[in-house]
Write a protein that binds this ligand. Structure first.
Ligand SMILES: Cc1cc2nc3c(=O)[nH]c(=O)nc-3n(C[C@H](O)[C@H](O)[C@H](O)COP(=O)(O)O)c2cc1C
Length: 353
């Protein structure tokens, strides 16, 4: 109520990127203060039955994570557990710092429950992230995944350079022992050159490259969401043959015509859509992946979660964990607690049957 009636109308008067920066700034500040964390936990923390689970050897106190794209630089690792998150995916981080695309980089589409995202991977680079994660020491029990993408600038002119760029980050993170899992973002629609590694040939090349670098952490691939099932399945078959654990389904929706009110969208393509336009597409791919591959893949479900019921739809489709961003922006931090409670009721009930 406090958020949807008071804070959100106020925030929505300002530029979305500015509000995002305020949120990250204050989130980081609150993270430094045990009193502020206790107050946040009092209001938005989860205090229900045990809903922890272990996925690929990593223990999640709660199966809800902040998705990649909110905390690019790993500044919120100390505060997010106070508002019920079990973890977050930091990044996407790139080998070199990126300034991002030209503004506007974020556009709200309130009637569509969506945001047009044209950030262009604005982040401080992998070395700065490693330093910060080391200095800040995430809260014990809070899972930090790290999403890796390709440096977004025109200095990368071919696929070999692009691959080496990903591998530089992957190697640096592994050598530093940073993070609890890694996601390879093969499907960023906003980077220079587009979704460079979401084709069978390039995905195979990526997997071959990754295998030259030893890792002790689970590795997931973030899938594009606009693929038809046969194309998606072709990519999954390649991942199936790899030693890697799973997939994050999925990334932003590139089809503006799928909006409820397409007339609100920019006339030209200016980045992918988050939120509601991702919901069904992601659920469908999660369901088909689970049906086709059984328990072979860990599936992290993301896209358009605005309520506890939305999150349940992803778990019932086959997700092991869920992530979100846009729902938190539209519904407030209470959403995470709501999801945890809905999950507890549903799965405690199923267990009783
Ligand atoms: C502001 C913003 C920035 C994003 N940046 C990234 C990114 O850097 N890497 C990535 O894998 N996904 C990124 N995403 C996509 C989200 O991780 C997520 O897949 C998508 O927004 C769907 O989830 P949602 O509907 O809960 O927002 C971004 C999303 C938003 C809203």
């Amino acid at each position: 109520m406090l958020y949807t009636r008071v804070l959100k109308p106020l925030f929505f008067l300002f530029d979305p990127e500015l509000v995002h920066e305020w949120m990250v700034f204050w989130g980081e500040m609150f993270g430094y203060s045990s009193l502020a964390r206790a107050v946040l936990a009092r209001v938005w923390g989860y205090r229900g039955p045990d809903i922890s689970k272990v996925v690929d050897g990593v223990r999640y106190e709660r199966p809800v994570l902040l998705s990649a794209g909110f905390d690019y630089n790993g500044r919120l690792t100390q505060v997010l557990s106070s508002i019920a998150f079990g973890g977050e995916e930091v990044g996407s981080v790139t080998a070199l710092p990126c300034g991002g695309n030209v503004k506007p980089r974020l556009t709200r589409l309130p009637r569509n429950k969506s945001i047009v995202v044209f950030k262009g991977l604005r982040n401080r680079g992998v070395d700065a992230l490693i330093r910060l994660l080391y200095l800040k020491k995430p809260v014990p029990g809070f899972v930090v995944g790290i999403s890796i993408a390709q440096t977004n600038n025109s200095s990368i002119t071919n696929e070999e350079e692009a691959l080496q760029d990903y591998l530089t980050s992957f190697k640096a993170l592994n050598e530093a022992g940073a993070g609890d899992y890694y996601t390879i973002n093969i499907s960023c629609p906003n980077a220079y050159g587009g979704e460079t590694f979401a084709t069978p040939r390039l995905l195979q090349k990526m997997i071959d490259g990754l295998q030259t670098i030893p890792t002790k952490k689970p590795v997931y691939f973030k899938m594009p969401i606009n693929l038809k099932w046969p194309e998606c399945n072709t990519l999954l078959q390649i991942i199936d043959k790899s030693p890697y654990q799973g997939v994050v389904i999925g990334n932003l929706n590139k089809k503006y015509e799928m909006l409820d009110y397409p007339e609100d969208a920019p006339k030209e393509f200016r980045g992918g859509l988050s939120g509601k336009p991702c919901f069904e597409l992601s659920n469908e791919l999660i369901r088909k992946t689970r049906e086709a591959y059984g328990s072979r893949f860990t599936i992290i479900g993301v896209g358009g979660i605005f309520s506890g019921e939305d999150a349940l739809a992803k778990f019932h489709a086959g997700a092991d964990l869920v992530q979100l961003i846009t729902g938190m922006i539209f519904e407030g931090p209470g959403l995470i607690k709501e999801i945890c409670h809905t999950y507890a009721v549903e799965f405690a009930h199923s267990a009783a049957i």
